[in-house]
Design a protein around this ligand. Structure first.
Ligand code: SF4
Length: 443
């Protein structure tokens, strides 16, 4: 998909554009320099003055005039403060409220039904899943993959597995922490294979990072659900290792998993989840599912859906299967018609939404340490709200206190309710709150 991004207004709007550009690219999309070349145009609007509002309206009209066939997504302050007026403007397909800005790429794809398979399998999902920012950084620890999943282009594009040494990774994490980063996400194309070329493994890497750095929060990116090192779950005894795992299942049907040449069947996956939940009770398990893989019959789909429901996920990253030249699946018979994929995708989005609500409900009344992200966003009532994530990666909003900044701090937050839109939790600073770790200015 070709995406053109435009912004009006403040530096914050510009910075957001950059984050979205990374996330679209990581999802396999191309950023283009003009409206005319784009399939999707995203406008980050502004409402700081009457003039800014006028320019926002004008920009919407101009985009539509220049490319009436492109999908137009409008976010930012003008769209948030005047959603109905913006939605009525010619050509606007989707309004994204400021509160949902960090999920703009995901929401654009889900709501406009244009989600595509990522061009590389596991890595982009991790990038799309985790928001970046001045408080969180990705550290890539390995590249390449020894497997040959039939939908994945990784082995063609990235070759054999190569890992960075533990020392290199530790040094990078120390450097990031000195620069003010409070949370590091270790990523890799086949993260579970870390160290196979160096005679070490992922557990040893995590142990070294936890003991040789002071990074307050360490997380893992997407991890294939097999061959986890022995005693892996014991690592979560260290509270700096965040209780969240993104384990891409890809399908809930064994027949389809075989066609995908995955190394894990539904029984193995269920066993792994049971082990994880026994060892780490508040662990949040999230996943990727490909909908409409070649040969996926109605029976396969029904059994997949009930399996996914039985396992229960805090979040599902849903991809409609799309042919990727150079992969084995591209030449498979029985490609699923687009309308069927669309309908299955919608069904799974609905189930994922319900499961996410359950996951969030389970957190209500509890107190968590939340890593508060950048400056506050303004909600629909005009009140400033900070956003952040709990250790198990639940998104939380909390009212900005008048007398202090919470930006880039880890604070103790009590979870009180679920937001009206159902996509995040609302919390408040707990009575026992104090800043666990202050933000050091970026150098
Ligand atoms: S395990 Fe499969 S999906 Fe994951 S990177 Fe390797 S080939 Fe791709």
């Amino acid at each position: 998909m070709q995406v053109h991004l435009k912004t009006l207004g403040c530096r914050l709007n510009e910075a957001e554009l950059e984050t979205w550009a990374h996330a679209f690219q990581a999802d396999g999309d191309r950023i283009v320099g003009s409206t005319r070349e784009a399939d999707v145009v995203v406008l980050n609007s502004c409402a700081v003055t009457h003039e800014a509002v006028r320019k926002s309206r004008q920009a919407i009209r101009r985009i539509h005039r220049e490319n009436p066939t492109a999908k137009l997504v409008v976010s930012g302050c003008y769209a948030t403060l005047n959603p109905e007026e913006a939605a009525r403007s010619l050509g606007v397909d989707l309004i994204i409220d400021n509160r949902d800005k960090t999920r703009l790429v995901e929401l654009t794809k889900a709501r406009l039904n244009i989600e595509n398979m990522p061009s590389l399998s596991t890595e982009p999902a991790a990038v799309a899943l985790f928001s970046r920012g001045r408080q969180r950084a990705f550290v890539k620890v390995q590249d390449g993959c020894r497997y040959r999943c039939t939908f994945c282009i990784v082995t063609v594009a990235r070759g054999e597995e190569r890992s960075r040494t533990i020392e290199e990774v530790v040094n990078e994490v120390n450097r990031l922490y000195e620069q003010g980063i409070l949370e590091v996400i270790l990523t890799g194309v086949h993260l579970g294979g870390y160290g196979s070329d160096l005679g070490t493994d992922l557990s040893r890497l995590i142990t070294a990072v936890l003991s040789k750095t002071d990074i307050p929060r360490l997380r893992l990116g997407s991890l294939e659900p097999w061959e986890l090192p022995e005693s892996f779950f014991r690592l979560f005894e260290n509270p700096r290792f965040m209780p969240h795992l993104h384990l891409p299942l890809q399908s809930g049907s064994d027949r389809i998993l075989r066609r995908m040449a995955r190394r894990c069947n539904t029984a193995d996956f269920a066993g792994l989840i049971e082990q994880a939940r026994d060892a780490v009770p508040d662990i949040n398990v999230t996943t990727d599912i490909i909908v409409g893989f070649p040969g996926e019959t109605e029976n396969d789909w029904e059994s997949a859906l009930s399996y996914i429901e039985r396992i229960g996920f805090g979040h599902i990253h849903i991809f409609s299967y799309s042919v990727r030249e150079g992969t084995k699946a591209a030449g498979m018979p029985d490609q699923v018609p687009a309308a069927v994929k669309k309908q299955r995708s919608r069904q799974l989005h609905e189930l994922a939404y319900v499961m996410k609500q359950e996951r969030m409900k389970a957190g209500l009344g509890w107190t968590f340490q939340v890593l508060v992200e950048g400056r506050p966003s303004i909600d629909a009532d005009g009140s400033p709200l900070y956003f952040g994530y709990t250790p198990n990666y639940m998104r939380v909003a909390l009212p900005a206190p008048e007398d202090q900044s919470l930006e880039n701090q880890i604070r103790t937050v009590r979870l009180k309710s679920i937001s009206e839109c159902g996509s995040y939790l609302l919390g408040a600073l707990s009575d026992s709150d104090e800043a666990v770790s202050s933000f050091l200015p970026m150098t």
